[in-house]
Design a protein around this ligand. Structure first.
Ligand SMILES: C[S@@+](CC[C@H](N)C(=O)[O-])C[C@H]1O[C@@H](n2cnc3c(N)ncnc32)[C@H](O)[C@@H]1O
Length: 261
């Protein structure tokens, strides 16, 4: 299960961010499972790839419908957590690989199903990641791709993210930013009479702010341009979720694509 191969090239900034951030927040398994079963149409598949597996909860769900799962992540800390999660669920059909998806060294045409949720757009070059996902997918295989949706607010978010990373990165300033946005969220929710959008992994608002404004890279796509990009790579794609992600995220859309023969 703990088969770990190093890829030749890794984006260390991304690796460091996720080593520190992501393994701390393992979501509730049952909620992720329900979400994935609602999203994935296939009920049985032979070989599946969890591209950017994070804490491994999605890999465990995939291991229910796939005979074999390969879980890849750039972060060794995430993979260690993912292996623990798989162990807790007594899964022995998942292998874990430490690789950067931009330079994925797996062979062509080997996966029946590729799952890549909330990952590709965090790479310096998401197109390289997506090309690799298509390359390793079998002809007629299925790709599920969750990407950040471009809206009129995206350039503003990007400005804030660059500012935070450039000027507000010391622990003290970071805490200030996280508390400031948490406070804004609470006020805005109260004014609108909304209940605060707590995620099933019970991440604090501060942690959500960190996840939003501190990753080293982010790219936003419109659904149309993401579908066009996949079509250029020989994948017939449709949008299966316009805006709702698993973690009540209103920022991710999900495409389902089938690779041409
Ligand atoms: C937002 S998390 C999503 C994790 C998981 N897919 C899920 O939905 O629970 C993003 C994950 O992608 C990984 N990641 C980001 N860029 C990557 C890359 N270039 N290659 C491999 N993994 C990457 C991070 O380490 C992190 O675990």
């Amino acid at each position: 299960m703990a088969n770990t191969e190093k890829s030749v090239r890794i984006d260390y900034e991304t690796q460091q961010f996720y080593d520190e951030y992501w393994p701390k927040y393992v979501p509730y398994y049952q909620q992720t499972r329900e979400y994935m079963f609602r999203t994935i149409r296939e009920r049985h598949t032979h070989v599946a790839l969890d591209a950017g597996c994070g804490h491994g909860v999605c890999s465990v769900v995939l291991s229910e419908i796939a005979d074999h799962v390969t879980a890849v992540d750039i972060s060794q800390a995430c993979l260690t957590t993912a292996q623990e999660v798989a162990g807790r669920h007594a899964r022995n059909n998942i292998r874990f690989l430490n690789q950067d998806l931009q330079f994925l060294s797996l062979e062509d045409d080997q996966f029946d199903l590729v799952w890549c949720w909330g990952v590709a757009m965090m790479a310096p070059d998401p197109v390289k990641v997506i090309r690799n996902l298509v390359r390793v997918c079998k002809p007629n295989g299925v790709i599920y791709l969750g990407l950040y949706k471009k809206t009129w607010l995206s350039p503003i978010h990007e400005l804030v993210r660059h500012f935070c990373r450039r000027y507000m990165a010391t622990p003290h300033r970071k805490r200030f930013v996280m508390n400031f946005f948490a406070w804004l969220t609470v006020i805005a929710s109260r004014l609108k009479g909304n209940v605060i959008n707590l995620r099933p992994d019970n991440v604090s608002i501060q942690a959500q702010v960190e996840d939003w404004y501190y990753p080293p890279y982010k790219t936003f796509y419109s659904i149309k341009e993401a579908i066009a990009m996949l079509e250029m790579m020989g994948v017939r794609a449709e949008c299966v979720q316009e805006q709702v992600g698993r973690m009540k995220s209103a920022t991710i859309f999900v495409l389902r694509g089938v690779k041409s023969k």
